[in-house]
Design a protein around this ligand. Structure first.
Ligand SMILES: [Zn+2]
Length: 481
């Protein structure tokens, strides 16, 4: 038997989002990824513990193991060792003895039903009466730093973020096309350099779209069911490979979302997105408002394809390895494949002005993600959206099936026949409780009349709202149908 010590950062996305400076959120992402990696931790472990070979590197999670029992002091020393270099985060740990990590995870429900749990609050939590950190306003300032706009004081957490941002800046990330990674949120508002005859993608219902971003959160549906099937294989290496397959699929989906947008840009200068966090099936990203729909829809579609194909690719390797040992494991893999086929994403998306507080957008995006997951019932990918430039509401009706969204990205928005003033006239009719079908017929819009007859009022409101940020290339003429 092996004793597993599983250390994990809590509320990662809140932590990343708590500063308005992109350099500090990027620094946070980079610090989290590098400082919880096996390479970074290898020589720093307390005596008696080693890194587990049964899990891939996942940002924010550290799995250690020992052949003997592990004393409380050793567990605490391990948490302290991990937390020391990421002082703004809250940490928890659980300890369990089992034949494999998969078993430990299954028996304890990921540590939730574990008797030995530990908790560490952030080392940098703000103390009263001390100066405030200017990077995040959530910790006490400790150190004076030089900022682009003068001198400031940072706390220990923001000092770590700042150093990690410098590390990230020094990491080469060349693209053949010369498109640069954004380093400030403002870069996401100056993505292209179109000439006079170029027609960049614009938002269907916003003329000032460039000053806006969308914060996108995504989370896999039914991944617990998938890993329950994986546990039935009783093969630690399969668990590791399939956990990595999930992480890789999510990263590749985000990369494809970026490339799908860049393909529609005119003389792109900056990449259209900032990936704040990817871990397993979780994603948090900021995307330029005009391109957010293309990004989100591509992410969800690509995630399903990438994940399934990686699971299938692993099957061949798995079969050849286990068939000699135990023939019936092969049939168990069918169940794993079935679970992978029904994997999907819940996506929450919030449009904001570039200057709007990041933390508030994150909270709303989390609510929208929940709406998307609820609507999908774990069976299909849905995208739910909110728009803080109009209201700050999480409306249950603002949700769309990814397949339908994909069709409309190619074929045009369902209300493409209506120009901006016709759309606002339609909304006025609905708000006033008048007969919208009669309005459409009276104003010579038979197609719109047909659409209105076939859709409930909530759906029409949602389609009107969705039109605001829907991407279009060509000019829309009033009243064309
Ligand atoms: Zn700070």
């Amino acid at each position: 038997m092996t004793t597993y010590v599983v250390i994990g950062a809590k509320r990662i996305q809140q932590w990343i989002a708590r500063t308005p400076r992109l350099a500090l959120t990027k620094g946070a992402s980079h610090a989290l990824t590098t400082r919880t990696s096996c390479n970074y931790l290898r020589d720093k472990l307390p005596n008696g513990l080693r890194l587990s070979g049964e899990v891939p590197d996942i940002a924010g999670v550290v799995v250690l193991e020992s052949d003997d029992g592990v004393a409380d002091d050793t567990v605490r020393a391990a948490i302290t060792m991990v937390a020391k270099d990421l002082p703004g985060l809250e940490w928890s740990a659980w300890v369990y003895e089992a034949a494999s990590y998969v078993e430990a995870y299954q028996y304890t429900g990921g540590g939730q039903r574990c008797a030995r749990v530990y908790h560490v609050v952030p080392a940098t939590r703000r103390l009263p009466m001390l100066a405030e950190c200017e990077g995040c306003h959530e910790e006490s300032a400790e150190r004076a730093v030089n900022l682009p706009d003068g001198k400031g004081s940072y706390g220990a957490d923001c000092v770590v973020r700042r150093e990690a941002f410098k590390e990230w800046k020094d990491t080469p990330k060349p693209r053949e096309d010369g498109v640069a990674e954004p380093e400030m949120f403002e870069h996401l508002t100056k993505l292209e350099e179109p000439g006079d005859d170029d027609h960049p993608v614009r938002a269907m219902g916003r003329r000032d779209a460039d000053n806006h971003l969308a914060l996108i959160l995504a989370d896999g549906n039914r991944m617990g069911d998938f890993f329950k099937e994986v546990a039935q294989l009783k093969d630690p290496q399969a668990h590791k490979a399939l956990s990595k397959a999930l992480d890789d699929a999510t990263r590749e989906a985000a990369r494809r979302a970026r490339e799908a947008v860049i393909a529609t840009m005119v003389n792109p200068r900056y990449c259209p997105d900032v990936l704040h966090y990817v871990g397993g099936d979780d994603v948090m990203a900021s995307v330029a408002g005009r391109f957010a729909w293309t990004w989100a829809v591509t992410l969800a579609e690509a995630f399903e394809i990438e994940f399934q194909s990686r699971v299938e690719a692993f099957e061949t390797e798995f079969q050849s390895r286990v068939n000699d040992v135990c023939a019936d494991r092969g049939s168990k893999f069918e169940e794993v494949k079935k679970a992978a086929k029904s994997a999907s994403l819940g996506v929450g998306m919030v449009f904001t002005h570039v200057k709007a507080p990041f933390a508030g957008a994150r909270e709303l995006a989390e609510e929208m993600e929940k709406i998307a997951k609820k609507k999908g019932k774990g069976e299909k990918s849905y995208i739910a959206w909110a728009d803080t430039t109009v209201d700050h509401k999480a409306l249950e009706r603002n949700v769309i099936d990814t397949e339908l969204a994909f069709e409309e990205l190619r074929g045009g928005h369902v209300l493409r026949g209506l120009g901006p003033s016709a759309r606002s006239a339609l909304k006025q009719e609905l708000d006033a409780g008048r007969d919208a079908v009669a309005w459409a017929t009276r104003t010579g819009r038979p197609e719109t009349a047909k659409y209105l007859e076939g859709h409930c009022e909530d759906q029409v409101y949602a389609d009107l709202d969705r039109a605001r940020w829907w991407p279009v290339v060509e000019e829309i003429k009033e009243g064309q149908e």
